[in-house]
Design a protein around this ligand. Structure first.
Ligand SMILES: NC(=O)c1ccc[n+]([C@@H]2O[C@H](COP(=O)([O-])OP(=O)(O)OC[C@H]3O[C@@H](n4cnc5c(N)ncnc54)[C@H](O)[C@@H]3O)[C@@H](O)[C@H]2O)c1
Ligand SMILES: O=P(O)(O)OC[C@H]1O[C@H](O[C@H]2[C@H](O)[C@@H](O)[C@@H](O)O[C@@H]2CO)[C@H](O)[C@@H](O)[C@@H]1O
Ligand SMILES: [Mn+2]
Length: 442
C-alpha cells in the first residue's frame, strides 16, 4: 500500500454516518492523503443522495481534487481500494423496528444490538457482510477492512470463522463516546487517558482510566461523580432524550456496582425489567432515527437537488468518524496507537475461554492489532460474559449450520430471556418477519 493517493471505499455509502467519516478524512488529510472516495451501497437512491451531500461537502472544503464515485457494483467499489470502511444495515431501519418491537410484545428488551433483537439483526447482518468480504477478497485482497457494522460481536465471530486470516478490524464507537461524554462533563482531557476496558461488544467494564497528565487512575473519582450526578449527553447527542436516559442509567449501575465503570449498554442485561417498563412498543428507537437522522439526510439531499448550496450541510457525529479514520492512519503510518477492538481472546483475559471474541485494548500498526494482556476478571463479570459468549457462539453456529435447535438454544441462553417458552415464541415470530434475510433454520 502506498502512503499517498489512497483509495477509500465506504460500504453502506448511503448510511447517515458517511458524512462524519468524510469529515474525519478531510480533517486528517496531512496524514491520510486520499485521492478517491467510493460510495458503495445496494440502494442506489440512498447512495445517490449521499453522493450529492458528500460532493457538496468536498466542494465546500476546496477538496474537489478528490475523485468521488458512487456505485452499486462491487468490482468498481473494491478494485484497487486501500481501506474499506463498512457500515451496512441489512434490512434497513424497517427491520430494526421489527427487532425492537417483536421482543417488546413478549415483555422482552427490544434493542438494535442487545437481547434477542441483536440476535435477529446478527442473523441478517452476517449474511450481508460475508458476501461483501467475499467480494473484497476477490477484488482487493490486500485492502484493510475497518468494520462498524453491527452487531459487532456476532459479526466478528462469524467473519473470523469464514476468513480466519482476514485484514479486518472490528470496532465500536461506544467506549470513545463514553469517555468523551465523561471528559466533557467533568473537565478532563481524554487525550491524556490510557483506558483499560474488557468485555464483549456493548457488554463490558472499565478496569481503570489512567490520566497521564494527572499521574493517577481517575476511574474511582469518576464513579463517585456519576453516583451522585447524572451525566449530561455531550454536544454530539444534544437533545437526544434516548441517549440522555441511557447515560442516566449509568448512575443506577454504579450505585449498585461501584467497583467498575460499566458500558451503558449493560442496562439491557442488568435491568431488563426497567427497560421494558419504560419502552413504548409503538414508538421505539428505530422510529426516532427515521424521524431524526434519516429525514434530515433526505432533506439535505432534496435541497441540493433543488440547487441550494448554502447552509445545507448539517451534521453532528462526535468521535465516531475520527475513531475509525485514526485506526486507518495507525495502520498506514504504523503508529501503534491504542484502540478498543473486538478480537479473539487468546489469553488476553486469562480466565475466559480463549476462543471468545472480546472487546479489549489493542495497539494497531502496519501488521494489524496487538492485544494487551489483562488480569483475570472477577466471577460476576466472568459469569455474565460466559453465558453471553456461549449464546453468541450458538447463534453463529445456527447461522452456518442452518440449525433451528442452535438458534433456540442461543435465544434461551440470552441474558434478557427468562423462559424457553418465550424464547421459542419470539424466535418463531422473528423467523417469519425476517424471511429470506435469515438463513433457512431447520
Ligand atoms: N460499531 C458501532 O459502534 C456503530 C456505531 C454506529 C453505527 N453502527 C452501525 O453502522 C451501520 C449503519 O448504521 P446507520 O444507522 O447509518 O444505518 P442506515 O440504514 O442509515 O445505513 C446503512 C446503509 O447500508 C446499506 N446497505 C444495507 N445492506 C447493504 C449491503 N448488503 N450492501 C451494501 N449496502 C448495504 C443501506 O442501503 C443503507 O444505505 C449499522 O450496522 C449500525 O448498527 C455501528
Ligand atoms: O440509536 P442510534 O442509531 O442513534 O445509535 C446506535 C449506535 O449507538 C452507539 O454509537 C454512537 C453513535 O454512533 C454516535 O453517532 C453518537 O450518536 O453516539 C452514540 C453513542 O454515544 C453504538 O456504539 C452503536 O453501536 C450503535 O449502533
Ligand atoms: Mn457500538
Amino acid at each position: 500500500m502506498s502512503e499517498e493517493n489512497l483509495i477509500i471505499t465506504i460500504v453502506g455509502g448511503g448510511s447517515t454516518y458517511t458524512p462524519g467519516i468524510i469529515q474525519a478524512i478531510l480533517k486528517s488529510k496531512k496524514v491520510f492523503p486520499v485521492k478517491e472516495i467510493r460510495l458503495y451501497d445496494n440502494d442506489q437512491e440512498r447512495n445517490h443522495d449521499m453522493f450529492l451531500i458528500i460532493q457538496l461537502l468536498l466542494t465546500t472544503n476546496q477538496m474537489q481534487a478528490v475523485t468521488l464515485v458512487e456505485t452499486v457494483d462491487p468490482e468498481i467499489a473494491f478494485k484497487g481500494a486501500d481501506f474499506i470502511f463498512s457500515q451496512i444495515r441489512v434490512g434497513g431501519l424497517a427491520m430494526r423496528e421489527q427487532d425492537e418491537k417483536i421482543p417488546l410484545k413478549y415483555g422482552l428488551v427490544g434493542q438494535e444490538t442487545c437481547g434477542v433483537g441483536g440476535f435477529a439483526y446478527g442473523l441478517r447482518s452476517l449474511g450481508g457482510l460475508l458476501t461483501i468480504v467475499e467480494d473484497i477478497q476477490q477484488h482487493a485482497p490486500n485492502a484493510w477492512i475497518l468494520n462498524y457494522t453491527n452487531p459487532e460481536s456476532i459479526i466478528s465471530e462469524g467473519i473470523r470463522r469464514a476468513f480466519p486470516n482476514i485484514n479486518m478490524l472490528n470496532a465500536c464507537d461506544m467506549t470513545i463516546s463514553i469517555e468523551e461524554t465523561i471528559a466533557l462533563n467533568y473537565g478532563y482531557d481524554r487525550k491524556n487517558w490510557i483506558s483499560t476496558y474488557y468485555g464483549l461488544n456493548h457488554f463490558g467494564w472499565y478496569r481503570s482510566i489512567y490520566d497521564n497528565s494527572l499521574g493517577r487512575d481517575v476511574m474511582p473519582e469518576i464513579i463517585k461523580k456519576i453516583q451522585t450526578t447524572y451525566l449530561r449527553v455531550a454536544d454530539f447527542n444534544k437533545g437526544d432524550e434516548a441517549w440522555q436516559a441511557a447515560f442516566e442509567m449509568m448512575s443506577v449501575m454504579v450505585r449498585n456496582f461501584p467497583d467498575y465503570l460499566p458500558n451503558n449498554y449493560l442496562e439491557y442485561y442488568l435491568y431488563p425489567d426497567m427497560i421494558v417498563e419504560e419502552a413504548d412498543v409503538n414508538y421505539t428507537r428505530a422510529n426516532m432515527v427515521m424521524e431524526g437522522r434519516e429525514k434530515k439526510t433526505k432533506r439535505m439531499a432534496a435541497a441540493i437537488k433543488a440547487g441550494e448550496t448554502r447552509n445545507v450541510l448539517d451534521f453532528n457525529f462526535g468521535e465516531h468518524g475520527q475513531y475509525i479514520v485514526d485506526m486507518a492512519v495507525s495502520i498506514l503510518k504504523d503508529q501503534r496507537r491504542r484502540f478498543m477492538l473486538l478480537l479473539p481472546n487468546r489469553g488476553s483475559i486469562p480466565n475466559l475461554r480463549s476462543d471468545a471474541v472480546v472487546e479489549i485494548p489493542a495497539y494497531v500498526g502496519a501488521t494489524g492489532p496487538e492485544a494487551i494482556s489483562l488480569e483475570p476478571i472477577n466471577d460476576f463479570h466472568k459469569g455474565l460474559m460466559e453465558a453471553q459468549v456461549a449464546a453468541e457462539k450458538l447463534l453463529v453456529d445456527a447461522f452456518f449450520e442452518g440449525s433451528y435447535q442452535k438458534a433456540l438454544q442461543a435465544f434461551t441462553l440470552n441474558q434478557t430471556v427468562p423462559s424457553a417458552r418465550i424464547a421459542k415464541q419470539v424466535l418463531d415470530e422473528m423467523m417469519i418477519a425476517n424471511g429470506d434475510y435469515w438463513p433457512k433454520l431447520r
